[in-house]
Write a protein that binds this ligand. Sequence first.
Ligand code: PEP
Ligand code: MN
Length: 377
Amino acid sequence: MALHDDGSRRPAPARSPDEELAALRARVDGINGALLDLFSERARIAQRIHAVKTATGRPVHDPERERQMLERLVARNPGPLADGAVAHLFGEIFAANKALMEVGERRALRVARKPGQPDTVVWAGGDAIGAAPVLIAGPCSVENALQIEQAAAFLASRGVRFLRGGAYKPRTSPYDFQGLGEEGLELLAAAAHRHSLRCVTEVTDTRHVDLVCRYADVVQIGARNMQNFELLKEVGRARRPVLLKRGLAATLDELLFAAEYVVGQGNSAVILCERGIRSFGRETRNLLDVSAVALLRQATALPVIADVSHAAGRKDILAPLARAALAAGAQGILLEVHPCPAAARSDAQQQLDFEEFDRFNEAVFGTLEPALRKERA
Ligand code: PEP
Ligand code: MN
């Protein structure tokens, strides 16, 4: 017989269904609180396990141990929950802890923005990337002396400070123009030098890093090589800023880890470049991920720029894309410009001619605050 609330042996008065429900709910609330306390304690212990593993170089994720824990739990399942439900619930707890460790790992990355950390400015000679918006412009490929000279002279006359041009071209087809190699590097560097520009060019092979660094002020790692880890380590040992492009289908974490490879070797001058990701639309070559620009600016203090040419794969929407990227926080725009795009040996459809460049420049930078314009000039 239930005791009365006052402890006497009088029978407890019958509870109404509402009272019964309220009492049971109160017990559920209590259990929820106790479970939350236990989840939290478990997570703190998992963090300590993670710390020990990291300090001793052990792998942090141990799927075999997770499997054993689940097996034991299902074996001692007292019911009434189904075994599958028990496995699912604990699977969720494991996943939540794993996510917690990953957040911790991301925050601990050298490339992660620390609380209050100001933007990193990367210097290429006397020119900064990461302060006022910069423009990196030039042809897709260096094709001959006249072409790159014309591009350099024109861009310098418009106040551009960075001349791009590929000498080693990663092409989808092996039958397409592969670049002029070292001759292209020489032509690019000479044209840049004549017009006091900094030159940016891609390196595709670990064996070429020293050579490319002899000519380039900034070395580019192309989208296709974002996860070429040996190449990342090699440019990490070089003494040149690295322009690291996002892979065609790379997540932002993967891009940040790629940057970490470079920085981990001692080269902290890394510029991240959003250049469009693979998507289903046919209207553009790739999909410019404007969110990536904003998210990368939060996640890291490294400069973030946007390559609108390879994103769009066409000329007519470059200005609005550049404006969108700048509005999202991009600290620079990469753009392909060619004296005669129709005759270009690569990416002919997306390169701007000089007149088109002037219109682009006015549409994008003509609307900037006068102070910024002055800094760019
Ligand atoms: C390039 O900038 O020349 C290039 C090949 O771009 P991506 O690696 O982004 O395709
Ligand atoms: Mn190109």
